[in-house]
Each structure stands twice: as structure tokens, then as C-alpha cells.
Unconditional design. Structure first.
Length: 228
């Protein structure tokens, strides 16, 4: 049974610790939705479970007003408690086949992949989408010692997705000035696959004007998609 199709164009990953001083998280979230965010992942690395559930619940209430689906980073229990569209997991989180058993056939599961082997496994395990990264260096995640993929490395991974139905976003260090280079430079060499969207933390969350940041990114992604 096909799962709901998500619009990955501007995929906001939350990061409350990166808000500008004095900016309220929920206000920033709502402004970013008004700017054109199409999907939200609640990512809480420091909250206890009760707080995570509360943040996810309020996030979902706000996103529901804009018909924007919500995914939960790592935590199947939080996803189940709040009734979100699905989860996003990393390579060291709950294995995807077990996550699928636990959350059922209808929920979305996204998986982070850093190289070709992880991508092959994500396809075998039937991820709904992959998050390809890290594309460029970023302060938002500790990626010490890890090679950044850049647009070329991202494109090599995209090649593997041909005819699989697995969607793809890129993540890591993506901002307005390097976005065109990423979108055009990552078109895969063999099959000409391209990204379905971009996952963003700091460009939106750390912005004093998240509406404008989201809308600027959205314009570029939309025009790239229209031309493909
Ligand atoms: N995974 C790989 S890079 C990253 C995550 C969660 C952080 C991306 O944040 P930013 O601020 O958009 O570079
Ligand atoms: Mg994780």
C-alpha cells in the first residue's frame, strides 16, 4: 500500500538551541511555515521524554494549520505518542526493519546515509526517503573527521536511487548562496536523478526572519523543480 507522498522541497529540521537570542521557538516555526516550509522534523537532542513529547505535540498543532506533516527524529515512542506522519532515523538508531515492524506500514521512515553502501542498504530496507549528508561543513552537528560529500558525492548517491521510488533530500551546511550549486551540481551522472528537497536547520532556525529565509530557499527549489 503506498504511503502518503510528502513534499520534501523545504524540509525544516528543528534546533531550538540555535534560535537567535529572544526568539521564541513556536513563533519561529510558524513564520517559517508561512515562508513555505513543506515538511518538519522535530529533533531534540537534549530534552527529556516528557519535554520532547510536549514540543512535538505543539509543533504538530502548528504544522496542522498549514497542512505540513511532521516527522520525529530517532524516537518511535514520541512518534506514537503524538501521532506524527513518521520518523527519521540515523545509522546507529533503531534498525529500519525493526522500526517498520514497530510503527506499522503507513508511517514514513527516513534514514540518514553518508555513503554508497549505506544508501544501498536503505534501498534494500525500503526507506521512504534518505537524508544524504553531510554535504558541507556545518556547526549544527558534530561531523568531526568526516568527509563532506559536496554536490558530486551527493549526485553519486542519487544515481543509486534510479527506479527505486526512494526520495532524497540533502543535508548539511546548505544556505541560499550554495543552494543553486548543490541542486544543479548533484544531478546524478548516469540517470540524471535530482534531489527532492533540502533539509535545513540553521539557515532557517538561526534567522531573525525565518519567513524570509524559508521563502528565499523555497523559490530556488521550486524553480529548479519546475525546470526539471
Ligand atoms: N545531519 C547531517 S548535517 C546535520 C544533520 C542533522 C545538520 C544540518 O544543519 P545545518 O544547520 O542546516 O547545516
Ligand atoms: Mg539519530
Amino acid at each position: 500500500m503506498p504511503r502518503i507522498q510528502l513534499d520534501y522541497s523545504i524540509y525544516l529540521v528543528t534546533g531550538r538551541e540555535l534560535l537567535p537570542p529572544g526568539k521564541d521557538y513556536y513563533e519561529s516555526l510558524e513564520e517559517s511555515l508561512q515562508g513555505g516550509v513543506t515538511l518538519v522534523q522535530v529533533r531534540e537532542k537534549n530534552a527529556d521524554t516528557g519535554e520532547f513529547i510536549e514540543v512535538a505535540r505543539r509543533t504538530k498543532q502548528i504544522c496542522d494549520k498549514y497542512n505540513v506533516p511532521v516527522l520525529i527524529n530517532d524516537r518511535i515512542d514520541v512518534h506514537l505518542a503524538v501521532g506524527t506522519a513518521g520518523i527519521h532515523i540515523g545509522q546507529t538508531d533503531c534498525p529500519l526493519p525493526l522500526a517498520r515492524q514497530l510503527i506499522g506500514p503507513d508511517a514514513i521512515i527516513g534514514l540518514s546515509v553518508r555513503n554508497l553502501n549505506e544508501c544501498k542498504r536503505a534501498i534494500e530496507q525500503k526507506a521512504d526517503y534518505i537524508g544524504i549528508g553531510t554535504v558541507w561543513r556545518t556547526e549544527s552537528k558534530d561531523t568531526k573527521g568526516r568527509k563532506c560529500l559536496g554536490p558530486d558525492g551527493t549526485g553519486e548517491i542519487l544515481d543509486l536511487l534510479h527506479d527505486t521510488g526512494v526520495q532524497a533530500v540533502a543535508i548539511g551546511g546548505i544556505h541560499l548562496p550554495n543552494l543553486p550549486q548543490l541542486l544543479h551540481g548533484s544531478i546524478s551522472p548516469k540517470y540524471s536523478n535530482s534531489l527532492d528537497g533540502i533539509a535545513i536547520i540553521s539557515d532557517i532556525v538561526s534567522s531573525k526572519n525565518p519567513r524570509e529565509s524559508a521563502s528565499n530557499l523555497r523559490e530556488i527549489v521550486d524553480s529548479f523543480k519546475r525546470a526539471r
